[in-house]
Design a protein around this ligand. Structure first.
Ligand code: FAD
Ligand code: SF4
Length: 512
């Protein structure tokens, strides 16, 4: 019989399970640019261009290889807005005997598809997404054997499973993790790699026009657009990273430097997330660089850990949870997200830098997301759901399965510690140690409670004091609570008064 094979915007891999046995003569591959998906939140313009252009290129490649592709371009006139609309229309048109797809990455979409079993009287074959290294069942099995979840132990299983950086049963070099060597601040240096950049072709230009026409009110600059949108160019981006940046990835993984938006990061997450690159091939390339002697172990191990450790662990956590995941709010925070998360209009240099680069690039690296915009929102008591929506909107690599656990769990601690062992709370000293932002800031990082004191400093202690009941039992915060207790009553009062003044300003919309 004839199959209708549905491919989604983050399933752009030639060897994806839904395409594995596709027949060029008989089957129809359906791809659609859907209004409901593009506007489920008001995605960054660059993210829209990236996903739609990558979809169009992928469809072109499939057609070139001889497949029947029914590609529906974004069209406001048809009234077909959702996956359900489009599948009903395509079923009517092509009269397939079966619908085949690889499981979607997001729960909302999976629920929609499950509904088709009732509405369409057709068999629906939802296949496992085996681009991931651990299946959901494997993750479940791993979880069921332990009381608390910690990435590090899961990661070791993934090392053993993949054989990456393994010397028989032992980790290469004798240790599983070389993070101790990876906490260096960076200095500007003339030989820093420049960002890998692709010039938009005619297809991308058309999508840029479409985005400017229909989604001009979305956040973000659409140009210059530099992302790869084909597998061929994504492979070049991978080569470029391995050759120019991997060598220093470990040392400067946590560093931030004004004007240096990418440092030694790979900027590969958008490509891995939509399927242009596979996590295994990326990890293998990095491993090879170690065995070739072109990159040190601390860099290669650290990089591979992000991909086969963190990325897989995060996905496991997403599918373990239920649909209430993004509504968790351990601290009962209710503050609105400050407007400067969109405008960048703040005197806090760190936040200004991160928001501006986010607007221009749809990219920020991990420590910027975690320790600048993430930490500030948590310290200031912003509603975690609003924080979640911001992150889902503003980054080109943001898909709910990976964004939500990183934001709700890791960065906002809104899950009460299910994902990480302590909240990522820090005062300005952390940012000062890892960046040169503070040197350029209107605020003084060394001041604590004065009018020009860095807001992170008082908000940090206020956060700990405010949430003492919930956090005091956490062994990893014991030292901080001891320090707080030892402070004199006047110092404590001054910290809290300064924090109160900042929060009041935030609420009134005054410049902070
Ligand atoms: P590199 O630093 O070069 O790392 C290599 C790769 O490791 C990345 O490409 C990515 O595939 C993987 N990786 C690293 N850390 C993580 C992680 N914590 N979770 C999953 N994969 C990881 N990543 C997303 O892909 N989408 C998101 O929406 C997203 N939202 C985030 C929100 C917050 C608050 C935080 C703290 C992190 C978030 N991350 C997200 C994880 C991480 O910040 C990005 O994957 C990374 O910054 C992408 O840039 P890069 O490719 O240069 O990464
Ligand atoms: Fe950010 Fe404070 Fe440093 Fe300014 S002084 S850049 S607000 S950490």
């Amino acid at each position: 019989g004839r199959r209708l094979i549905l491919i989604m915007g983050d399933q752009l891999s030639r060897d994806i399970s839904s395409l594995r046995d596709a027949r060029k003569t008989k089957d129809i591959i359906l791809m659609a640019e859907l209004y409901d998906e593009i506007t489920s939140v008001k995605h960054h313009k660059k993210k829209i261009v990236f996903v739609l252009s990558a979809m169009r290129h992928f469809a072109k490649e499939l057609k070139g290889a001889g497949y029947n592709v029914d590609y529906r371009k974004f069209d406001t006139k048809t009234g077909l807005k959702s996956f359900s609309d489009i599948i009903e229309d395509a079923v009517r048109q092509h009269e397939p005997d079966e619908i085949v797809l690889t499981a979607p990455s997001e729960r909302r979409v999976l629920d929609e598809i499950e509904g088709w079993r009732d509405t369409l009287s057709l068999p629906i074959d939802v296949r496992t997404d085996d681009r991931f290294i651990a299946s959901s069942d494997e993750f479940q099995a791993w979880v069921s054997n332990r009381k608390t979840l910690r990435m590090e132990y899961f990661y070791r299983e993934m090392r053993k499973k993949t054989g990456l950086l393994m010397d028989g049963d032992e980790p290469e070099g004798g240790q599983w993790n070389y993070d101790k060597e990876n906490r260096k601040a960076a200095d500007r240096d003339l030989f820093m790699p420049k960002r890998f950049s692709v010039t938009p072709d005619a297809i991308t230009k058309e999508v840029i026009e479409l985005t400017e026409k229909y989604f001009s009110d979305h956040f973000g600059d659409v140009e210059p657009f530099q992302f790869a949108v084909t597998r061929k160019d994504a492979l070049k981006a991978l080569d470029y990273f391995i050759e120019t940046a991997l060598v220093s990835f470990g040392d400067f993984q946590d560093a931030m430097l004004t004007g240096e938006r990418f440092l030694y990061h790979s900027v590969l997450s958008p490509y891995i997330n939509v399927g242009l690159l596979s996590p295994m091939e990326v990890s293998k390339r990095a491993e090879k660089a170690y065995y070739d002697g072109s990159a040190p172990l601390n860099a290669v191990e650290g990089f591979i850990r992000q991909i086969i450790g963190w990325r897989e662990y995060i996905r496991g956590v997403y599918w373990l949870a239920d649909e209430g995941y993004t509504k968790q709010n351990f601290f009962n925070n209710s503050r609105k997200l400050p407007w400067f998360y969109w405008s960048g209009e703040t005197d806090m240099r760190c936040i200004q830098e991160v928001v501006e680069q986010t607007r221009e690039e749809a990219y920020a690296h991990h420590i910027q997301r975690l320790m600048v915009t993430g930490t500030f929102a948590m310290l200031a008591g912003v509603d975690p759901f609003e924080v979640h929506e911001w992150y889902l909107i503003v980054y080109a690599d943001a898909f709910e399965w990976v964004e939500a656990p990183n934001v709700i769990g890791m960065s906002q601690y809104a899950d009460g510690g299910a994902l990480g062992s302590k909240p990522y709370a820090a005062s300005g000293a952390y940012i000062n140690r890892m960046s040169n932002y503070c040197k350029l800031c209107e605020y003084a990082v060394s001041k604590k409670t004065e009018k020009n004191a860095c807001p992170f400093n008082s908000l940090y202690w206020d956060f700990l004091a405010r949430n003492e009941k919930k956090l005091k039992g956490n062994p990893r915060l014991g030292q901080m609570y001891k320090t707080w207790e030892k402070m004199g009553a006047n110092t404590k009062r001054a910290y809290r008064a300064r924090a109160k003044a900042i929060l009041k300003k935030l609420d009134s919309g005054a410049r902070v």
